[in-house]
Write a protein of this length. Structure first.
Lengths: 141, 503
């Protein structure tokens, strides 16, 4: 259905703009007396612009389609994978998690050739370790 | 005006072996990633920025410029050999490059692309070097009121030109400015929208936002497209046995001189304007070359004039993109926005004062850009045969490696996992925004300009004592605001016409 994408995103930005203006900005921005421009003035103006433009998009959408649900689901899976990988990195360190993360990503993409898998799982993490810790003298996450 | 000794000292800095080696490294890396479909110079620049922290400013920025310039040359390789442009800019190159490759002349096509790219790039760099200092002097006469008006004008043009909807462009710009509000407010220095996370007190880290939005979100998109499919290798026969099929003769190059000059002119003019970009320049130059040709029917069938037109134009945009960046501090493209972030990370504020305060650095950058063109030519001549092999590298190794590099790079830039978490959040936001047709370019540029925009508004209000009628005393500001309204109305009408035609 043409325009459904804009109706979805328009609704989202209408809600986002109103939420920012009515709830987030008043509660998470300190009010200050005096000065030329209050800390909440600029965010409030922007929130209103977002809400107004979201409304305009809701009622006057372009032909933008909604994204393909399968692609969104696959992307969400990759995002989840990265979140888990990042959490594991914070617990165990880059050296141990990076090869596993690279392996899972490559397998998920569909790579089955051993030489490419070895390069991704062993070669690249070792190269990054050499570059960061030996050449640049910095710590890995 | 910048003194001659400052200019010469700047050029001398650029020509040191140390700085040239970083330009060389940047060009090699740029050509490499440009040749890989799906990575491109912008993503490579975003990934490379954190790794330049330990460097001095000139080699760091010269390296990034090298990546950008090399990427445009490399981007033509998959366009010509596989009909899959490595960068969007190279799409017009594929129109004649791919048919020429199919005729058994892939090296002739890639070399013509290389020579055209270098020609366009060099012309625009010379224009940049010539006009930027006088423009900066003019820009110095602008006060905060004019700066605010200029930024409003830039946003109105960017929002209208990029994407298919002005409203969506405005939303992307407003969202970028809103995200830039996180941290301290520029006047009172009170915490704002940090939600108790004191790591955010200095604002959202630039590398996290830029890499998340530009690199990871695009990789997520391509990974979902490649999911479950092993990417097949491209097999290209380079040697047909005829030496003339492997080179571009001087007479062939010279026959394209008018096309090259026209392409370089189009690229330079469009590159100096914010938002239009190299893809539009390439297609415009291609269309004009075809329109003025005596043999328009030969275009699209392997005419080297087509390659010359598109490559000279898209490469000329790179140098010209730096004109608004260095003179006004306003990036006209994502590439320029990334360079501005590199300037800011190294403690420099791009804009007209840069010529006064850091003249030697600016001319060092100009020298490095000129040298990058020669190095691009040299590396391209040697490397083309190798880059042809690079196009067959599978996406699985490219994306897994690039993700690890992004994680490490952002972790180094932000001193920890918190910055990487922010990168992932903005990767998801970037993916969703681009899926719904919102421009990430406008978002990023607005995010970069946000603090300066708000500060200029605050200064303007201080200067006028809150009396907005005082703006009328500045003819430049009034003219820019009128232009903003005109462009807003014009783009609105244009969008309506396009939408009616689509419906």
């Amino acid at each position: 259905m043409a325009g459904i994408g804009d109706r979805i995103s328009g609704t989202f930005f209408l809600v986002l703009g109103l939420t920012m203006y009515l709830f987030v900005n008043p509660n998470y921005i300190e009010s200050v007396n005096g000065g030329n421009i209050s800390p909440n003035t600029f965010p409030n103006i922007l929130s209103i612009i977002i809400a107004v433009c979201g409304t305009m998009l809701l009622f006057k959408p372009t032909t933008q389609q909604a994204p393909d649900l399968r692609s969104v689901a696959i992307t969400s899976m990759y995002v989840l994978l990265l979140v888990v990988g990042l959490y594991a990195m914070s617990k165990f360190g880059f050296e141990y998690v990076a090869p596993v993360l690279a392996f899972v990503i490559m397998i998920a993409i569909g790579e089955r050739r051993l030489h490419w898998l070895l390069l991704g799982i062993v070669g690249m993490p070792v190269l990054i370790w050499l570059l960061v810790t030996i050449v640049l003298g910095r710590a890995l996450p | 005006m910048v003194e001659l000794d400052t200019i010469l000292a700047g050029f001398a800095d650029a020509f040191t072996l140390y700085n040239l080696s970083f330009v060389l490294f940047g060009v090699v890396l740029g050509q490499f990633v440009g040749a890989v479909p799906g990575i491109g110079p912008i993503m490579a620049m975003a990934i490379a920025i954190p790794f330049t922290f330990g460097l001095d400013t000139l080699p760091a920025i010269a390296f990034l410029v090298g990546v950008n310039k090399g990427g445009l040359v490399g981007g033509a390789v998959p366009a010509i050999l596989m009909n899959t442009p490595g960068t969007p800019d190279a799409a017009a190159t594929a129109l004649d490059g791919y048919p020429l490759a199919k005729q058994g002349k892939p090296l002739k096509a890639t070399k013509m692309a290389l020579f055209s790219s270098i020609t366009g790039d060099t012309v625009s760099d010379i224009v940049l070097i010539t006009v930027s200092a006088p423009l900066a002097i003019l820009a110095l006469k602008m006060g905060p009121i004019e700066i605010v008006a200029l930024m409003i004008f830039a946003f109105s043009v960017l929002a209208g030109l990029i994407g298919n909807s002005l409203i969506k462009g405005i939303i992307a710009a407003a969202l970028g400015l809103l995200v830039a509000c996180v941290g301290q407010d520029p006047e009172h220095f009170t915490p704002r929208l940090i939600f108790g996370h004191w790591d955010l007190f200095n604002g959202l880290p630039l590398p996290s936002v830029a890499i998340g939005m530009l690199a990871i979100s695009e990789m997520l998109r391509r990974m979902s497209m490649a999911h479950g499919n092993k990417v097949s290798s491209a097999i290209i026969n380079l040697d047909t046995g005829n030496p003339n099929d492997q080179r571009v003769t001087w007479s062939e190059y010279w026959s394209c001189r008018f096309t090259l000059i026209r392409g370089a002119t189009i690229g330079t003019i469009l590159g100096a304007l914010p938002g239009i970009g190299s893809t539009a320049a390439a297609f415009m130059s291609y269309a004009m070359a075809k329109g003025t040709s005596k043999e328009p029917a030969s275009f699209g069938k392997g005419n080297i004039q087509g390659i010359a037109a598109s490559e000279s134009a898209n490469s000329a945009v790179v140098g010209a993109n730096l004109i608004p960046l260095l003179t006004l501090g306003i990036p006209g493209s994502v590439g320029a926005a990334l360079i501005i972030s590199a300037f800011m990370i190294h403690g420099l504020q791009p804009g007209p004062l840069l010529f006064t305060n850091q003249g030697q650095l600016v001319y060092g950058l100009f020298g490095a850009m000129l040298m990058a063109n020669f190095i691009n030519l040299w590396v391209g001549q040697i490397g083309l045969r190798f880059w042809v092999k690079v196009v067959s590298a599978p996406e699985s190794i490219i994306f897994s490696s690039a993700i690890l590099l992004c994680i490490v790079g952002v972790s180094m830039a932000t001193s920890g996992i918190f910055g990487v978490a922010i990168m992932l959040i903005f990767a998801a936001i970037g993916y969703v925004m681009s899926s719904f047709g919102y421009s990430l370019v406008i978002f990023i540029i607005a995010f970069f300009l946000g603090p300066r925009f708000e500060k200029s508004i605050s200064q303007s209000l201080a200067l006028t004592n809150g009396d907005l009628a005082q703006i009328l005393k500045s003819p430049v500001a009034v003219a820019l605001l009128i232009l903003s309204v005109i462009s807003f109305v014009w783009f609105m009408r244009k969008n309506n016409q396009v939408n009616k035609a689509d419906a």
